[in-house]
Design a protein around this ligand. Sequence first.
Ligand SMILES: O=C(O)CCC(=O)C(=O)O
Ligand SMILES: [Fe+2]
Length: 290
Amino acid sequence: MVELEQEVERRRRLGLESATRKALIASSYRLARPEVYDSLQDAALAPEFLAVAEYSASPSADLKGLLQRLETVSEEKRIYRVPVFTAPFCQALLEELEHFEQSDMPKGRPNTMNNYGVLLHELGLDEPLVTPLRERFLQPLMALLYPDCGGGQLDSHRAFVVKYALGQDLELGCHYDNAELTLNVALGKVFTGGALYFGGLFQAPTALTEPLEVEHMVGQGILHRGGQLHGARPLVTGERWNLVIWLRASAVRNRLCPMCCREPDLVDDEGFGDGFTREEPATVDVCALT
Ligand SMILES: O=C(O)CCC(=O)C(=O)O
Ligand SMILES: [Fe+2]
């Protein structure tokens, strides 16, 4: 119980520290590419992504039609690929992130597994970029692809950029995400190695099989369930920056915490916190094993 209290206290402190960094960055960080902070424009998005989102939001859309417009990486694992950003937007975002990385601003790290990279909400990029991306584009798409995982009820996210380089982080161990659904977009730069690999669902352990290897393509995103075990192979050359958006649906996680598979006992937090809510949204029928 003491350990639990300490962990609750640690997380509460993390939330406060993050809010403090965000305020300092908002008041004294000088942007390199201010256009990245403009409200998300269609021009930043790949035509294929716009088409997929527009189709998904149309009244006659169905899963079959959507699958004709996306690349299925694995039908069994329900992993998909779609171009997300244009090359110029990836370039501009990378320049901004690199400029921030080199600045003397305080940096919160994405999660317990990555030592480099940044949290997008601390940079002030949630409101102009990530929230519109989730609400306007990802929500209709995810509603069709993963209705049983809260795809139609996404109401928060945790977005960050992971960076891999020689002498820094090189690889990522096998894990599952604190998310119902995940979008992982390769932003660049030039690199070899670093492929993602996917195993089974953590909630439904299966006999050890060969993991599925998925190469990155700059500008393209991989969509997967948060519970799908995955990791990243070691980087061999160059530098790899990926935008990872952990998408959350309180309608699902309020009933079944994705990390411990139990009904959560909530503690108040800043911002989106870990994506739980005290108010009950409409629920979805969930099965932890799908
Ligand atoms: O290295 C990557 O691109 C994967 C990152 C990832 O899976 C995560 O941060 O949850
Ligand atoms: Fe992950």
